[in-house]
Design a protein around this ligand. Structure first.
Ligand code: GLU
Length: 428
């Protein structure tokens, strides 16, 4: 979990400031881009199953929409803060620009722990969030999607509420919907698959065969599970994953020296990615501390949980063997840890590139919604592969040419595109 003094927005701003300096951006560009265009904070009253009313706090932050409508997920998290949502909205602006899709950056959140909410209460929360924000979001202004602890069912409840309010069918209002109700085949897999597509490209450049590699992964939610799936299809072996234990309110790592079995582990995991510790033990998994995923002697680390996980305090735990870090999560590495990773010559595939597969597929979902014509899964995943590969190559080439850390190269490309669009519109 994030330490309490950590501020994701301060981190996102410092990442931006560094590149603004590098690009010698004018003051207006800095002022425009280091804070969100607008943000909404609101109360969401929910009648709980007990009959009592409970008030939840909700947010939507719209960082920048110069390149197209705002885009980004809605998170459910008990520790959600406005600063985290601000950071995540800024990271969405850079992400959509890094993969060059015609969308901007937004993010939303609700302070809640869905582990403790019935399905009915979750539905009321989703509908309540939309009721508060409906006039300020929409298919041509700002388009939500799933994120941490939200899924396709939550998206459909949100869509349904939006359609009740506006009296029509607007499938392009939200992405990550269930297939058959406007969702796209491949969307569920897209973020995790995207991580592995960029990893595949990096391994190619380093002349390493995926089947000769091992990985350790933080998290076992939607991103991690699909990343493991494609990584195993390429021949890689995952030695360790970590997962949040709701009962103990802490994380554990689960290790098997001859590699984890994805399906086996999935069969003892809840819908939030929580692995059943007792059952894992029975199946022969070693149960280690939450942070132990980071210490493993593997070639690849994939943080695929929350922000601020690789920090100045634990970066030294990374083994000598690690060659690549691919960021499935948003903001998992704090800048001080970046300095050390760079110094050690570990290759970094940064979040705004590595995990952009989800929003890329969300874009494809919207395109299909607009046409009202749906592509087969292979076509969606083929387009995803092309987009991720092209974006990876552009970042990697710039990094090589200018001798930049991969995160900085991705930022240079992304910020350059957003500055250009904002200038062209006459905003700066
Ligand atoms: N929540 C995902 C992300 O952080 C996907 C966003 C989207 O599809 O709009 O990139």
């Amino acid at each position: 979990m994030s330490s309490s003094s950590f501020n994701a927005f301060a981190m996102a701003q410092s990442q931006f400031d560094k590149i603004a300096e590098m690009l010698d951006l004018d003051q207006a560009s800095r002022d425009l881009l280091r804070t969100p265009n607008r943000e909404y904070h609101f109360n969401i009253p929910v009648r709980m199953d007990s009959g009592n009313m409970q008030i939840f706090r909700g947010f939507r932050v719209q960082h920048n929409d110069a390149r197209g409508p705002g885009k980004g997920g809605v998170r459910f998290h008990p520790m959600e803060t406005i600063d985290t949502v601000r950071a995540l909205s800024m990271w969405m602006t850079w992400k959509t620009a890094a993969v060059d899709i015609p969308l901007g950056g937004s993010k939303g959140g609700i302070i809640c722990d869905p582990h403790n909410l019935s399905l009915n209460e979750q539905e009321q929360l989703c509908r309540g969030w939309v009721r508060q924000i409906a006039r300020n979001v929409g298919p041509v202004t700002d388009i939500p999607a799933p994120d941490v602890m939200t899924n396709a069912q939550h998206m459909l409840w949100m869509l349904d509420e939006f359609e009740v309010i506006f009296g029509g069918r607007y499938p392009g209002f939200i992405t990550g919907k269930p297939v058959g109700v406007g969702g796209s085949l491949g969307r569920k897999e897209a973020t995790g698959y995207g991580v592995i597509i960029t990893l595949r490209e990096m391994l190619k450049e380093l002349d390493i065969r995926p089947m000769d590699t091992t990985a350790s992964i933080q998290g076992f939610g939607n991103v991690a599970q699909h990343a493991i799936d494609l990584y195993h299809q390429l021949g890689g072996k995952t030695l360790c994953v970590s997962s949040w234990d709701q009962e103990d309110q802490t994380s554990y790592s689960f290790k098997k020296n001859d590699g984890i079995d994805l399906e086996e582990l999935r069969s003892i995991t809840n819908s939030f990615g929580g692995v059943d510790k007792a059952k894992a033990k029975e199946l022969g998994y070693e149960i280690l501390d939450g942070e132990d995923w980071l210490k493993q002697e593997v070639d690849i680390l994939i943080p695929a949980a929350l922000e601020n996980q690789i920090t100045r305090d634990n970066v030294a735990l990374i083994s000598e063997q690690v060659k690549i870090i691919a960021e499935g999560a948003n903001g998992p590495t704090e800048p001080a840890a970046d300095d050390e990773i760079k110094r050690r010559g570990i290759q970094m595939i940064p979040d705004l590139l590595a995990n952009a597969g989800g929003v890329t597929c969300s874009y494809f979902e919207q395109v299909q919604n607009n046409m009202n014509y749906y592509w087969p899964r292979d076509e969606v995943l083929g387009k995803l592969d092309t987009k991720m590969t092209t974006s990876y190559i552009a970042v990697s080439e710039l990094a090589r040419q200018k001798n930049l850390y991969m995160r900085d190269a991705a930022y240079v490309i992304a910020i350059g595109r957003v500055v250009q669009a904002s200038k062209d519109r006459g905003w700066i």
